[in-house]
Design a protein around this ligand. Structure first.
Ligand SMILES: [Zn+2]
Length: 238
């Protein structure tokens, strides 16, 4: 395929990437592009009643695999521990090595402001890994350097301070499948802390209303990289 894209969604916990950009990812997967959900932790500490952290970790990794399959992507869950994520050299090197191995072009991750420290670290880890993967002076398992083309932030109820969307993606055709994928997660359907399913169904509807689609998911340009190249006035191309 010409212009084949590999979209990688980097989330702090299994479920974050899917809720934030699962419908967008599915749209690209359906069109024949490659999609990877990379979960830096399983998000295993929000355990259901009568379940151990170890058991819930296994369940979340399994739920992530089921959701990714429905959306047309692959799921990778790293070893890091929920609520203990660090933007340190070891974590950045691990993600950079994955960038060199899997060669994503576009990465979508959390917004920079979040009430959850793991979420707020994700864009820092992605930026550090992007640089490390791209610089030939870093030896990562002997793999050749690889640079991303673009990074975007996406929308998560825990990361809303200062999040103003730049791009509204029409996901009207993908929304039912998106909700089906979300339903694979116990916490999305059953959490007593937050009504995840209702929120994201309503969010897709509301973002669709303002962008004149049935359903939409949004992206935000990376801070400091807000150069929007066009050949003419957008919408009035010559
Ligand atoms: Zn999370």
């Amino acid at each position: 395929m010409a212009n084949k894209v590999h979209v990688m969604i980097v989330g702090a916990h299994c479920g974050d990437g899917e809720i934030q950009a699962g419908a967008i990812a599915h749209k690209y997967a359906k069109a024949g592009h490659e999609v990877t959900f990379l979960h830096l932790t399983a998000g295993e500490k929000g355990t259901p009643p009568q379940m151990s952290v170890e058991e819930y970790r296994k369940q979340k990794v399994d739920e992530a695999e089921q959701a990714a399959k429905i959306l047309g992507g692959r799921s990778i869950t790293l070893k890091y521990k929920d609520a203990e994520l660090k933007a340190d050299d070891e974590t950045i090197s691990t993600v950079a090595t994955l960038f060199r191995k899997l060669k994503p072009n576009v990465v979508i991750t959390h917004w920079i402001n979040s009430m959850h420290p793991d979420h707020a670290l994700c864009p820092k880890i992605v930026e550090g890994a992007w640089l490390k993967a791209a610089l030939p002076g870093f030896d990562l398992e002997g793999l050749p350097p690889h640079s991303l083309n673009r990074m975007f932030h996406s929308e998560n109820w825990e990361d809303m301070e200062g999040y103003e969307p730049d791009v509204f993606v029409d996901v009207s055709e993908e929304f039912d499948t998106y909700l089906k994928a979300l339903s694979k997660y116990w916490f999305i359907k059953n959490s007593s802390d937050f009504r995840y399913y209702d929120y994201y169904q309503a969010l897709g509807t509301m973002r669709g209303c303002v962008s004149k689609h049935t359903y939409a998911q949004t992206l935000k340009f990376a801070t400091g990289m807000n150069v929007r190249k066009e050949t003419a006035i957008p919408g009035f191309e010559l």
